[in-house]
Structures are given as C-alpha cells and as structure tokens.
Design a protein around this ligand. Structure first.
Ligand code: PLP
Length: 322
C-alpha cells in the first residue's frame, strides 16, 4: 500500500471523547465524538486533513498560489487560506454570495489570513473560477486549483488516514455518523474502512444532496482513493450509506432542528456545533436515536467536522438567540 505524499498541518490524533450526558438525555446508545473541530489550523475542521495531501500535491507542481471556491461562509475556503499561509503561498478565494459591507465569521478570517477575495453569483462561480485561474497563470503566479471542498481522491486520502488513526486509537464503534456534502470525507472514510479493515458502518447525513446519484459519486471517489494507494478495493454504491432525510430548508439554512441540536450538544456536553454542517448532521443523529435506529448496546461515534466560525455570522446568531 502506498500512502500518498503529505505535509504536516494538523494536530493529530484528534481526541475521542465520550458524550454520556447527551446519551442519557436522549435515552440513547453509547455516544462518542471524534474532535476534528480541533485539527488546530485556524479554527480547524475536516478540510485540514484533506489539505495535508492537497498541499503536498501543490508542492509537486511548484505552485505559488492556491485557488479554490466556495460559499460565503465556506470553511473549506478559510482552511485553504490558512494552509496556503503555512506553506508560504498566496491564496485566491472565489466566493459566491453578496460581498458583505463588513466581512464576518469565516469571511472575516479569510481577510485576516490575507486571502484575495473574488466575488461571484453561484450560477457564474465555475466560469469566474476558470477566469481567475487563467489570469493568475498569465501573471506568472503558478496557480494550483484546490477542488471544491477539497474532494479529489488526493484530498479524500486525508480521511482514509483518519480511519487508520481511529483504529490506532483503539476505538471500536458500530457506527460513524457525520455531515456529508462534497463527499470527500465519506469517500475517504469508506476507502479507509476497506483498506485498513474497520468494522463499523459509515453513515453520512447529507447536508445538501439527494441520495442516488450522490452515492454513485462517492463510491467512485472512494474507489479512486484505493487506486491512489495502489490497493484497489471493489467499492460499489452498496457500500455508501447516505441519509438524505434532513435537508431541511436547503444549504446553509438553519432551521428548528439544527437549532435544537446545537443547543443540546452545547448544554449537555459543552460541544459547539456549526449551523450549516455539524448542526444538521447532529439533528439527523438525534432523530435517528429517538427513532431507535441504533441498537441499545451499540456505540455510535459522531465525527465532528468543525465549522464553528459560522456560528458568529449575524444571521445565525439571530436564529440561535431567538
Ligand atoms: C466541508 C464540510 C463538511 C462536508 O465534508 P465533505 O467532505 O465536503 O463531504 C462537513 N462539515 C464541515 C464543518 C465542513 O466544512
């Protein structure tokens, strides 16, 4: 097996903690949490693990400027801006949304990290990203495109290695539950499960995609990770578990169930979830526990993927405080 090249960005291993008070409050199974909100790079999150591999790839291309794209409160963009700085590179972010008068939360951090911001509508994002890349190239800035959400096979390798880390921590869980959106985290976890022999089930709570075609995309990405390792596993759509029952009001819309999940985790475990990803995934987890989806003797590990800076965006604060 050939682990792809990697640079060091994250504080690893991230801790695994028990959540006894939350479990008792819900009358649920044993609950654990894997603290990837504590990866240590500029408020952390799941993108740090992917960027360890993506920056090694960028170095092989002698990149001088990282370019990526995301939504206005993108954690991926904030983490890419931070990783660029650690590697001595420039960073250009193509952000979809209205340019704010005062950048807040993640966008504020993007500015502090010295990222150059290019604003676009969601419809034009791909085209503007392309133009931004060509312009940087023409200016001799040696750009390197970090894929959306860091979800190429190289980026997803970060989560195959995260499974190895979990096994080395001696953690046995029947279920891993987490937020899935661009699919790289899930693809890496599934590839890691196949390559390193993890017995628990990997269940993604979808943030913004219907199941179906999404599962096929993740299966292909997971298989591509195993190609990268030269340890090919026959991963098919049947290996991809996605629950898409919790899409709520759509991407980045915080509703009553996200609000409740954020409140329950905070009050019972002093754990802070984010309004877009982990709040929604935890709302799904809570609902599944209430429906008795998990057996009483099972252990369920919630993989915290970060994202807390978005809590401080005014629109989410207003909802959380209402
Ligand atoms: C990006 C992100 C996710 C989703 O990860 P994917 O690999 O894109 O599926 C989950 N949680 C947080 C906080 C994120 O920023």
């Amino acid at each position: 097996m050939k682990v792809p090249p990697r640079i060091k960005l994250a504080h690893l291993p991230t801790p695994v903690e028990e959540m006894p008070r939350l479990s008792a409050a819900l009358g649920g199974p044993r609950l654990l949490v894997k603290r990837d909100d504590q990866t240590g790079l500029a408020f952390g999150g799941n993108k740090t693990r992917k960027l360890e591999f993506l920056l090694a790839e960028a170095a092989l291309h002698s990149a001088k400027t990282l370019i990526t794209a995301g939504a206005i409160q993108s954690n991926h963009c904030r983490q890419t801006a931070a990783a660029a700085r650690k590697a001595g590179l420039d960073c250009i972010l193509v952000l979809s949304g209205e340019p704010p008068q005062v950048p807040e939360a993640n966008t504020y951090l993007d500015v502090l990290l010295g990222a150059e911001l290019v604003w676009t509508s969601l419809e034009q994002r791909g085209e503007i990203l392309n133009q931004t890349y060509l312009k940087a190239e023409a200016a001799g800035r040696e750009p390197f495109l970090i894929p959306y959400g860091g979800s190429s096979p190289v980026g997803a390798a970060g989560y195959a290695e995260a499974i190895r880390e979990l096994i080395e921590q001696g953690i046995a869980a029947d279920w891993i539950v987490f937020a899935t959106s661009s699919g790289g985290t899930q693809a890496g976890l599934v590839a890691g499960k196949a390559m390193y022999g993890f017995s628990g089930q990997v269940l993604g709570i979808s943030i913004d995609e219907e199941a179906g075609q999404f599962n096929a995309v993740i299966a292909k990405l997971a298989k591509d990770v195993t190609y990268l390792y030269e340890n090919v596993k026959n991963i098919t759509i049947d290996d991809i578990l996605v629950n898409a029952d919790y899409l709520g009001g759509g991407y980045a819309v915080m509703g009553a169930s996200e609000k409740e999940a954020i409140s329950l985790f905070a009050r019972h475990e002093a754990l802070l979830l984010d309004p877009v990803y982990t709040g929604r995934a935890a709302a799904g987890l809570i609902d599944l526990i209430r429906m008795r989806f998990f057996g009483p003797d099972e252990t369920v590990l919630f993989w915290h993927t970060g994202g807390q800076p978005a809590l401080f965006a005014e629109k989410y604060m207003r909802i959380a405080l209402a």
